[in-house]
Design a protein around this ligand. Structure first.
Ligand code: IPE
Ligand code: IPE
Ligand code: MG
Length: 250
């Protein structure tokens, strides 16, 4: 008999914050004899579905890796097509997201993006700022090392301006300067595409995140995959350094 998988609405203990590396678009396209950009386009569709499902399940934050600081090393044609795809997806999908009460945020060094794209990203953030549903954070030109370096520069400037003393520096203070500091820490990390690496994603923020890997290529990642990840997460014992006994008796 085929075991029926629980719908995410039936799973207790859903993660508040899910961070995803959406990998495998290129391979998805190659398998079909299509250009890589076709895989990226299909990837936008998969993201839309995962956003809808996460919002419906009551997930608080979804942070997705759309373009890493290392992705600039790709062929120029792929990069420019990706920039066009970001811009067109934002235009086409914005209304649906807004109607679905999604609050949008972009995370990363946006200074290298075309001015027009940066303006539409800012507009999208401003227009959805009062939405109370799922917080969708899109990491673009993001790198975990960039994030930590950025925090370091900000703190050094505060020290220079005598707003912070070296004695005040501790993990909590550094944590205030990295991205996502105002949100719950990522509880569940998902990487599709089969690679078992972090690829310079949220290096600081993933310190105690549960890491889940799915061989499925991102454009094929759907409801069944997400539910499987949620089920796996629900079965984890998050000890944060304590013993099992301490957790059981808490
Ligand atoms: C992830 O898919 C999307 C981006 C990095 C923009 P890839 O483009 O890395 O797909 P694969 O890994 O080559 O299959
Ligand atoms: C990570 O995927 C970045 C994104 C999904 C945006 P990559 O495909 O760039 O990662 P590597 O290079 O295989 O580690
Ligand atoms: Mg890849």
């Amino acid at each position: 008999m085929v075991k029926k998988r629980a719908a995410s609405s039936e799973i207790d203990n859903l993660p508040k914050h899910v961070a995803i590396i959406m990998d495998g678009n290129g391979r998805w396209a190659k398998k079909r004899g299509l250009p890589r950009i076709a895989g990226h386009r299909a990837g936008v569709g998969a993201l839309q579905e995962i956003v809808n499902l996460s919002a419906k399940a009551g997930i608080e934050v979804l942070t997705v890796y759309a373009f890493s600081s290392e992705n600039w090393k790709r062929p120029r044609t792929e990069i420019s097509m990706l920039m066009e795809l970001f811009a067109s997806s934002l235009r086409q999908r914005f209304k649906g997201l807004h109607d679905n009460n999604v609050r949008l945020r972009f995370m990363g060094d946006l200074s290298l993006f075309p001015e027009k794209l940066r303006t539409s990203m800012k507009d999208a953030e401003n227009l959805t700022t009062n939405n109370t549903g799922l917080k969708l954070v899109v990491a673009v030109n993001y790198g975990g090392r960039w994030d930590i370096t950025n925090a370091f520069i900000q703190l050094c400037n505060k020290i220079k301006d005598k707003e912070v003393r070296i004695e005040d520096i501790n993990e909590a203070l550094i944590g205030e300067y990295v991205c996502l500091s105002d949100l719950p820490e990522p509880a569940l990390f998902i990487r599709t595409g089969g690679e078992m690496r972090i690829s310079n994603y949220l290096l600081w923020q993933l310190a105690y995140t549960e890491l889940y890997f799915d061989d499925c290529l991102w454009p094929d990642f759907g409801a069944a995959n997400l539910e499987k990840a949620f089920e796996w997460y629900a079965g984890r014992e998050r000890r944060f350094g304590r013993t099992s006994e301490q957790i059981e008796h808490a």
